[in-house]
Design a protein around this ligand. Sequence first.
Ligand SMILES: [Zn+2]
Ligand SMILES: [Zn+2]
Length: 195
Amino acid sequence: MRRALGGLLLALAVVTLLAGGAWSNHWASTSSGAPLHWADNDPSHPRGYVYWVDNTGSEWPVYSSAIAWDQASRLDAVYVSSESACPNTGHCVSVSETTIGDSACGPTLGQTNQVAYVATGHLTTSTWVHVDTACSDASAEKRRTIVCHELGHSIGLDEQTVGTSSCMRSPYIGPWTAPSAHDFDAIASTYSHND
Ligand SMILES: [Zn+2]
Ligand SMILES: [Zn+2]
């Protein structure tokens, strides 16, 4: 059943992948404690779902990172190549290149704005992902890590401050280009309900 949208939208602080800095939580939540996630409010998607709309240049591996995140159980993460290709479901997230403000690649490498309903934690299409244009000529591994990291934020994950096997590691201390088993476990837990 489709319900009228109610409740306040929460624009969380923009989360960033930094070359320095400290973060703590591994899953983002709203002020009411609801973990951020995409709803499964579409009969064709029995699992939580998101469409990543790739507005970046070809040097950014959005497609391959989308494939990686889609391995998560109970999450349908779908790559689409343009806004016009994105179904009008309120689940489209723009992924684009932006000059974030530093002249070099860093300290900020990418940013994700997580926008969700306070009560449910359901993310909305106001969520967006930016990767720093200044990192366009970074190594392929670093670009892959940046994209993977920001896409992870856009499905609700927060920074991973310990361990070295996840692209959610922050601050950035090296190229870990893919999600970890821990990330997949966390997704399975957060998305393990029907809306
Ligand atoms: Zn981050
Ligand atoms: Zn839900």
